[in-house]
Ligand binder design. Structure first.
Ligand code: BGC
Length: 767
């Protein structure tokens, strides 16, 4: 019954009012309407639904979605059903006007509502003829660095509000693919390398979006972990690895948040394209996880008619004229993209030829219709108010950008700046004077306004602090005239001079959408050309240098890190990133972000090194479950910065760990621990709980994250933090049993501030 919660419930109440008004002209409905109006809770309304009859049940909001779907389906002609299986435009599904079935109007996400352009193929925000602006939220990775599911749920909710305000019905997000290796062009979009953290945030985002009656799309199912040859790459992944690493976030979004839609990925998994992968779509997603929403294809990722429909892929995108234009583009064929397989004529022909049974077609249509009813779209189409980027929405974006900044190093307590002692700042770098809000591709949102680091810093520093800006180095490829050796030397010298004449230097480096984004992988883990040299030159001129990393993927820091006193990883902070950065630098906010990924010293250290991008269009996930810290901690490889790591301007102490083995799976917390703020400023600590399996017969990682809590503490304050554990938290996926197995025996609970900073530990005996 979870579809009756929150704003959906309110919508049903208002629909009931409509029925009441109807009843004034149609007396046969009066008693029901009165009953509904008298109802104060959900139960009486459900009783009314069950007892109710109507001549056109599908139009009646008091009918259950199941009854409405069955009734509507019985009225549909074959062609109409077939029409439901493909888009009518670039961002719209097919409408059936005769029956009042609306098109589902979509917009890209997940970091806000991306501009679409009517039903045309142009979706690139910067090319859009009609300029649609909306709040640009931090990237998924930066939101993950907050370790704050409540905030992510709030983000989902306000994004849902913007979707409606712009007259759309569905947002193409969240992205929940795992960061398998540091060069994936879309690492910034997802929630990092850990399936547990990713699951918690996926559930939160989906709940937030759906609470507004907006359809999310959990993407990309499954294992879209590189952009290299994304239409053709065939990933060889064993079942245990799929279940333990690449599928949990989808499972959680389905089981816990009842996600209404999932997007199939471009790639192949074990020899079959995801859009026709019966194992993934039917066996896993539907039977194992219990998914009863619809599957939408990624744009241009379909390759067959019958095989796709029969595998349980419900809605092909894009469709109509934009799809035909897309197919006519030489790049589409070159890249291996496919579309236009589920057009009405092709589906009807396949049904008539017996390649698709009518029952299968009905089942796919039913799944789309059910979401149209359950989301409220059928009864209450979204009317665009155009009101976006409200102070409330901006506040969520700012909070995410601030909580998501990770303080990686703070030698000599250089940060936060003491505004009374700092009189001059040299602000340097290709990302200092421009707002790099996100990586490139379908997730990039065009904000009304975005705050650059320079604007943020000038604003917070105030007029008593002299801020000198120097570019230092051009961003590679942005202005080719700046990329030559001489031009670089000149810019570097200007920056070093500015640094020498200032109290402190801040160097904001990183990438931009042309170097990091969708449809290509990042060329190297190194910073773009000239940026390492810039940092070295500035540090030589002024040892009080802070390096700010404004990028999504990890970068090699070995050339300068020893000499750098302070480093901040700001990721992509969306439109409020510059303000968040300034607040952290000046101590208006205390850093509390923790890395959702391991930062390797070198690309060569990462587990997928040598196994990426694959050979002959096959990539073997031979590192198995050893992704991220599961690899670094088990194989004892020293990272540059470990998973879960992040400093604060204050300090925390852990004590009194209490573990109750008998409470696993019960309503009582199995683990409690006290955390105290032992420093002088208020701050937040993310308390991370890992499980170590001390007795397993099979290979298991050194530790796995199974709980976390973000706690805000005033100076001197302590708090008891509680964790509930279930048997699932101790389980591994048994390929033999094709199920999760929790082996009774000795485990250890480890709690601390990162995967490499375990502060307290205690045994737990699983019965
Ligand atoms: C991306 C999806 C996106 C879709 C629609 C695809 O290229 O992989 O994430 O939602 O395009 O723009």
């Amino acid at each position: 019954m979870n579809y009756l919660l929150g704003s959906e419930f309110m919508r049903r109440i208002s629909n009931a009012l409509v029925v009441f008004v109807d009843a004034l002209v149609e007396p046969s409905r009066l008693s029901l309407a009165v009953a509904v109006l008298l109802a104060v809770g959900i139960a009486p309304m459900v009783v009314a639904q069950a007892a109710h009859t109507s001549a056109t049940p599908y139009k009646d909001p008091l009918m259950t979605p199941e009854k409405r779907v069955a009734d509507l389906l019985s009225r549909m002609m074959l062609e109409e059903k077939a029409t439901m299986l493909a888009g009518s435009g670039w961002m719209e599904s097919g409408a059936i006007e005769r029956l009042g079935i609306p098109a589902i109007k979509m917009a890209d996400g997940p970091m806000g509502v991306r501009a679409w352009y009517g039903s045309s193929a142009i979706t690139n925000a910067t090319n859009a003829a009609t300029v649609v602006t909306s709040t640009s939220f931090p990237s998924g990775e930066t939101m993950a660095a907050t370790w704050d599911p409540e905030l992510v749920q709030r983000e989902g909710q306000v994004i849902g509000q913007e979707v409606k305000a712009l007259g759309r019905d569905m947002i193409l997000g969240p992205t929940v693919n795992i960061n398998r290796q540091p060069l994936w062009g879309r690492n910034f979009e997802g929630y990092g390398e850990d399936p547990y953290l990713t699951s918690r945030l996926a559930v939160a985002y989906v709940r937030g979006v759906q609470s507004e009656g907006v359809i999310p799309s959990v993407k990309h199912f499954a294992a879209n972990n590189e952009e290299y040859e994304r239409h053709r790459i065939d990933e060889q992944i064993d079942d245990r690895t799929l279940h333990e690493i690449y599928l949990p976030a989808f499972k959680a979004a389905v089981e816990e948040a009842d996600a209404w839609s999932v997007m199939s990925a471009y790639n192949l998994v074990n020899g079959v394209h995801c859009a026709e992968n019966e194992y993934l779509l039917n066996d896993v997603l539907r039977k194992e996880f219990g998914f009863n929403g619809f599957v939408v294809s990624d744009w241009g990722s379909t390759y067959s008619t019958a095989a796709t429909v029969n595998a349980g892929m419900d809605l092909e995108m894009p469709g109509g004229e934009p799809m035909r234009k897309f197919l006519a583009r030489p790049e589409t064929l070159e890249s291996g993209g496919g579309a236009g397989w589920l057009t009405t004529d092709k589906v009807v022909a396949a049904v008539k030829a017996g390649e698709i049974s009518e029952a299968t077609l009905n089942r796919n249509v039913e799944r789309i219709l059910r979401v149209i009813f359950v989301s409220g779209l059928f009864d209450s189409p979204h009317v665009a108010s155009g009101i976006v980027d409200t102070p409330e929405q901006r506040a969520v974006a700012l909070q995410g950008a601030t909580e998501g900044i990770v303080l990686l190093k703070n030698g000599g307590a250089l940060l936060p700046f003491d505004a009374k002692k700092i009189h001059s700042i040299a602000l340097i770098g290709p990302n200092a004077g421009v707002a790099r809000t996100g990586g490139g591709g379908s997730s990039l949102v065009r904000p009304k306004q975005a705050i650059t680091p320079e604007e943020g810093i000038r604003d917070v520093a105030g007029s008593d602090v002299k801020v000198t800006y120097a570019l230092g180095v051009g961003m590679e490829g942005e202005k080719p005239e700046l990329d030559g050796t001489e031009a670089r030397a000149k810019l570097r010298k200007e920056a070093a001079d500015a640094a020498a004449q200032s109290d402190v230097a801040i160097v904001v480096v990183g990438r931009y959408p042309k170097l990091e984004g969708e449809s290509f992988d990042v060329a190297t883990m190194d910073l773009p050309p000239g940026q390492d040299e810039l940092i070295q030159a500035v540090e030589a001129a002024n040892p009080r240098t802070i390096v700010v990393l404004n990028t999504g993927d990890p970068v090699t820091m070995t050339r300068w890190i020893e000499k750098t006193p302070a480093i901040l990883f700001m990721g992509y902070g969306g439109q409020e990133g510059g303000k968040a950065l300034a607040n952290i630098l000046f101590g208006v906010a205390n850093p509390s972000g923790k890395l959702p990924v391991t930062m390797p010293k070198h690309f060569e250290d990462s587990p997928a090194y040598g196994l990426y991008p694959g050979e002959h269009l096959k990539v073997n996930y031979a590192e198995g479950i050893y992704v991220g810290y599961r690899y670094f901690d088990t194989k004892k490889v020293e990272p540059q910065f470990p998973f879960g790591f992040g400093l604060s301007y204050t300090s925390f102490e852990y004590s009194g760990l209490d573990v109750h083995s008998s409470r696993v799976g019960s309503k009582e917390p199995a683990v409690t621990v006290t955390v105290k703020n032992t420093g002088a400023s208020a701050g937040a600590e993310v308390v991370e709980l890992y499980i170590h399996d001390g007795h397993s017969q099979i290979d298991r990682p050194e530790r796995e994250l199974k709980g976390f809590r973000r706690v805000e503490l005033k100076p001197g304050e302590s708090r008891l933090v509680e964790f509930w554990l279930t048997r699932q938290d101790f389980s591994y996926w048994s390929a033999e049993k094709k199920n999760w197995v929790a082996e009774p025996g000795a485990f250890e609970v480890q709690i601390g501030g990162s995967s490499r900073n375990i502060q307290v530990r205690a045994p737990l005996e699983l019965k």
